[in-house]
Each structure stands twice: as C-alpha cells, then as structure tokens.
Design a binder for this molecule. Structure first.
Ligand code: CP3
Length: 341
C-alpha cells in the first residue's frame, strides 16, 4: 500500500490532511539532475526508450522537489510512433514527423497499437514503481486523441495547427476514422500502463484551445470520454484540456475524476462549472520567475480559493526549462506547509 496516497484520495473526492502537489514537466530540464541523466542518451528518443534512464528521471522530482506523485518519464508522441509514424525531437524546435497523414490509405496503413508495442514504457513504469518503494503514487498518461491527430496531420508543432484543422473541416469522416484508431490504441496502452503500476492516468489535450467549441465536442471530448469510460473503472482519470475552459461544464459530465485547469480561469468560476469533480491546477508557470514573497502570497491565495477538498495543486501547464529550481521548490514547500484555517 502507498505511504502517501493524498493524490488518489483527492482524485477520488475523499478528504485529505493537506493538499497534494505535483507539477507537469517535473521530470525535465529545470533539474540539473535531469540534464545529467539525459546527457547519457544519444538523443531524446533514445532517452525515452531507455527504461533505466527513464525510471531514474521519473523518481528524481520526488526526491529533489518533494512532490506527492511521480509521473512516468515518456512522451505523448510514442503513440504515433507505435502506430507507424516515427518522429524526431529536434533540439530547440520540437517534434518533427517525416510521414504525415493525408489520405484514407495513410490511415489504413496505421496499426492499432497496444502495450506490447510500447514495452519500453511498461518497463519504465515497472522500474519506477520499484524505485519509488510505494512512497507516492505513479501517474501514467497519454495524449488526447485530438492532440495526437494534430501532430500526425501537421507533422510538427504549430501556432495554429491549421493543417490539422483543415483536415477536420475538409475530411471529417477520415478524421473520425483516425481518431477511432488513436482512441483504441490509447485505451490498450493505458490498460498496459495500469498493469505496469500506474495509479492514476492523465490525458493531455494540449491543443484543445485551437478548436472551436463545437469541434472540441465533436473531435476531442467524445474520444476522451471513451477513454474515461474504459479507464476510470480501473484508476482515477484526469482530463487536462488546455485553453478549453469554455468546455469545463461539458467535461464535468464525463466519467473523469479530475479536471486539470490552465491558468486562465479563476478557481471560483471553475468550481461553479464543474459540480463535484476534483480540480487540478492552476498557477501560471511564470509565477515561478517572481520573488519569494510573491510566490508565497499568490500560491497561498490560490490554495484558499480552491479549498482543501477535491483539489490537487499543480501549475496550469508544464514547467519552463529556465525557471529557477529554488523557486519550484518554494512553490512545492508552500503547498505542503499550508494548513486551512
Ligand atoms: O514530467 C513530466 O511531465 C513527464 C514527462 C512528459 C514529457 N512530455 C517529457 C518531455 C510529459 C507528460 C510529456 C507530454 C507531452 N509531450 C505533451 C503534453 C503536455 C504539454 O506540454 O502540453 C506534449 C504536447 C508533448 C510533445 C512534446 N515533447 C513537445 C512539443 C516537446 C518539445 C518541447 C520542449 O520542451 O523542448 C517535447 C519534448 C519533451 N518531452 C521534453 C520533456 C522533458 C523536453 C526534451 C528535452 O529533454 O530536451
């Protein structure tokens, strides 16, 4: 049994002695220890595919930052690769795919992936689980089907994802066929992650915010809902749909347990829209560039605004690589030391 299960209790709506805290991208370049481990691999993809190194950086933030959960070190782009679209991670630029999806034939050629195709992630989870020694829960994850489609069609990151959005407007039937394949792959992959030790699953819909509201429901939320229905009977599920707070009320009607919030909505508004769901978030990562007094003041105000129960503290998106490590630690300590009046 877990020694610290605050995250799982909060996700399940049970009461907690104090608010749990973890950070998106906590295993990342903010930590010099991460950069040292990463330097042992030839490149990002070799790093992700090396279960020993992946487990090492998964555990680092628990030891160094004192967070209440570990998230397995991997990437959402392992799914396109397992389905048949390999990617490269280009330094200072981000992901790049040599093949992209344009036609029905391209979609037919894709595999439906399962946990065996992603054995290196399963091994990373198992090794992380062993190293964590039941101290804190282990979070598994995958990208939301829409965000994965966005990379598969666009072929790289983009400010607008206009090629991917063009695909939705001009070939909606093909888009649904592709989303179904991604959804089936994701469900099998997540079930494997749970068998390999994941205690909670987060879906990252990083590009939800480029869609219109109706397209978000049609091309994104529907498929996240299918994943929640398959996974939430097994472990708690978090939906993090960035820049989509127009959709919070509808997200709260799915079987997810927790809703992740970016920093553009205040806690009271988010509570009013989401019924009894647990909320996670939502400090602006740039708060951690501020001085200590500002960090403590703003973090304390956020904790008071969300309240103790049904709340998991996090940032509104991932840590930026140049944030000062001491400030990240101060944020975590502020949350852990805070007690509600
Ligand atoms: O600590 C954690 O949060 C776990 C690890 C994790 C990574 N990527 C490691 C990573 C997680 C959960 C992800 C998810 C991910 N990957 C998302 C969804 C979350 C989000 O940020 O919205 C997305 C969109 C990706 C795709 C991706 N991976 C991009 C666009 C980039 C390049 C951007 C950058 O920061 O360089 C990556 C690379 C990546 N994935 C890094 C890390 C730590 C940085 C690579 C490095 O070490 O140089």
């Amino acid at each position: 049994m877990l020694k610290n299960d605050l995250l799982l209790r909060a996700a399940n709506g049970q009461s907690v002695e104090r608010v749990p805290v973890w950070l998106m991208r906590q295993a990342g370049r903010v930590l010099p220890e991460y950069r040292a481990t990463r330097a042992k691999a030839a490149n990002f993809i070799e790093f992700v595919k090396n279960p020993e190194l992946a487990a090492e950086v998964t555990v680092q933030p628990v030891d160094i930052l004192g967070v209440d959960a570990a998230i397995v070190f991997s990437d959402i782009l392992v799914i396109p690769e397992a389905m048949g679209l390999p990617y490269q991670m280009i330094e200072a630029k981000g992901p790049w795919f040599e093949k992209t999806i344009k036609s029905a034939a391209d979609i037919d050629a894709l595999n439906i992936a399962d946990a065996n195709d992603l054995n290196y992630v399963m091994q990373a989870l198992q090794k992380s689980k062993t190293a964590l020694n039941n101290e804190v829960p282990l979070i598994g994850f995958c990208g939301a089907p829409w965000t994965i489609l966005a990379y598969m069609v666009e072929g790289s990151g983009s400010k607008t994802f206009s090629k991917a959005k063009q695909f939705l407007y001009t070939q909606p039937d093909l888009a649904h066929r592709l989303l179904e394949k991604i959804t089936l792959s994701s469900i099998q992959y997540l079930k494997g992650q749970i068998e390999s030790g994941a205690n909670l699953i987060q879906l990252f819909d990083s590009w939800a915010g480029v869609l219109s509201e109706s397209h978000f429901y049609e091309f994104s939320l529907r498929y996240m809902e299918q994943i929640c229905d398959a996974i939430s009977p097994l472990v708690p599920v978090t939906i993090f749909a960035k820049d989509a707070h127009y959709a919070l009320e509808n997200i709260s009607h799915t079987s997810c347990n927790t809703i992740g919030l970016d920093w553009t909505i205040n806690p009271a508004k988010a509570r009013a829209l989401t019924g009894t769901k647990t909320l996670q978030g939502n400090a602006d990562p740039c708060l951690l560039y501020a001085n200590a007094e500002t960090i403590v003041r703003e973090t304390t105000a956020m904790l008071n605004a969300f309240g103790k129960d049904r709340y998991i503290c996090n940032l509104g998106h991932g840590l930026y690589p140049d944030l000062p490590k001491e400030n990240v630690k101060l944020f975590v300590e502020t949350v852990k030391n805070f007690r509600y009046a």
